[in-house]
Write a protein that binds this ligand. Structure first.
Ligand SMILES: *Cc1c(COP(=O)(O)O)cnc(C)c1O
Length: 398
């Protein structure tokens, strides 16, 4: 028989063998600033270019476009703002419904709400932890009807269905090909929440470049950070121009006149943050390599515990392994909680996944499909220490 304490003790033993926590707690995801961060930020201060105009913003956008292979990248203040603008540009209008996974960070749902639209919660798969394209396709067959204007509507709520927002959970790419097929069939925009997946690829293409438009995040806990920041990726030149316009108060460029041609947003990334981003992006290939090494070590070590699985990148993808993840083979939130307690007590930071959107008071009455896989995953998944620099201690045994 399996005993709860037994599993958590074995997990703690693996952490103690792999990771040194003699001096401090091992955090879930710590940023590393070992590159040109000081130099670039000092240059901003020395030249006075600290705010939303400056050479680093332009460079950061160019570097991001180059790294991801996206024709255009527009830098913004955070990932939530990037999602908000992406949805607006993709044509989401007040009173629409937007399909999002229930298993996500609340920003995905909030961005839909900012547009005056309603999130419609959909289920995920065990192998990607992201949106289940097949289940979504079957569900739409049942609920969607086309109207004369060429748009599909939810026949139960009467609202227009305008977009799907998959999220690449913990860096693992979802089935984008399957989703794009569903989106084409139902005339929906594919807006990728790629906040967690910078450096992750689906069939050789960077996540966020497969759909119509995408959002990245550079919050402090993400694979690279600008302190706070985000970006919009798109291959559509008109959309990229519109993204820049909407995020810079819709000001018409002029040497001195202040003409704004619509009510828009002050979402532009400051130069100081972009400077940090340029330095961080230079180190992204190193971070990706370190994180992959750490994930491989974890995968090897956790084979010793047959009651759980180390979550690996889905087939045909390359994950950035942003947050390493353990999954109980039999969902059980009491065993999960025991593991969380033991590991945190021993100085190894672990966390459960987000409370699914359909369990939050603010979104529980949103339209939703069967969410049984989401519930299983929510009670069986644990994120474990994943900082790129952990490698130094993780390889101490070798
Ligand atoms: C981090 C994150 C965002 C954006 O967060 P910001 O803090 O606004 O940059 C959006 N969606 C998901 C899934 C995220 O993890």
């Amino acid at each position: 028989m399996i005993n709860n304490t037994d599993i958590s003790d074995r997990i703690v033993a693996i952490f103690q063998k792999m990771l040194s926590n003699e001096t401090k707690n091992v955090l879930l995801h710590e940023p590393a600033f070992k590159g040109n961060e000081w130099t670039y930020i000092k240059e901003c201060l020395d030249t006075g270019w600290v705010s939303s105009v400056g050479a680093y913003v332009d460079r950061f956008e160019k570097d991001l476009a180059q790294f991801t292979g996206s024709p255009y990248a527009v830098a913004v203040v955070n990932g939530t703002a990037a999602l908000h603008i992406s949805l607006l540009i993709a044509g989401v209008q007040p009173n629409d419904e937007v399909m999002i996974p229930s298993l996500t960070f609340v920003a995905t749902a909030n961005a839909v709400t900012y547009c005056g639209a309603t999130p419609h919660l959909i289920d995920v798969t065990h192998d990607t932890l992201g949106v289940d394209a097949i289940k979504l396709g079957d569900y739409l067959k049942e609920i969607a009807i086309i109207q004369q204007n060429g748009h599909y509507y939810n026949k139960y709520t009467g609202r227009r269905l305008s977009a799907v927002v998959p999220m690449h959970t913990f860096g693992h790419p979802v089935d984008l090909e399957g989703l794009l097929e569903v989106c084409n069939r139902y005339h929906l925009a594919l807006v990728e929440d790629a906040a967690e997946s910078l450096g992750s690829y689906y069939k050789g293409k960077h996540t966020g470049t497969y759909g119509h438009i995408a959002a990245l995040s550079f919050n402090g806990n993400k694979i690279i950070t600008t302190g706070g920041g985000g970006a919009i990726l798109t291959a559509n030149e008109e959309w990229a121009k519109r993204a820049k316009h909407l995020t810079t108060t819709a000001k018409i460029p002029h040497r001195w006149l202040f003409i704004h041609d619509e009510t828009a947003y002050n979402y532009r990334l400051p130069n100081l943050n972009a400077a940090l981003g340029c330095a961080q992006l230079e180190q992204l290939p190193l971070f990706l390599e370190q994180k992959r090494k750490l994930a491989n070590l974890y995968a090897q070590e956790f084979k010793q515990i047959p009651e759980l699985t180390f979550v690996k990148e889905p087939t045909d993808t390359s994950s950035n392994y942003w947050l390493n993840t353990l999954k109980l083979n039999t969902p059980d939130s009491s065993i999960r909680d025991e593991i969380l307690k033991k590991t945190n007590d021993h100085g190894f930071m672990t966390r459960p996944t987000w409370t699914p959107m359909h369990k939050l008071e603010i979104y529980k009455s949103s339209p939703q499909m069967d969410l049984s896989v989401t519930e299983e995953i929510a009670s069986s998944v644990i994120n474990i220490p994943s900082s790129p620099a952990l490698l130094n201690s993780a390889t101490k045994e070798e």
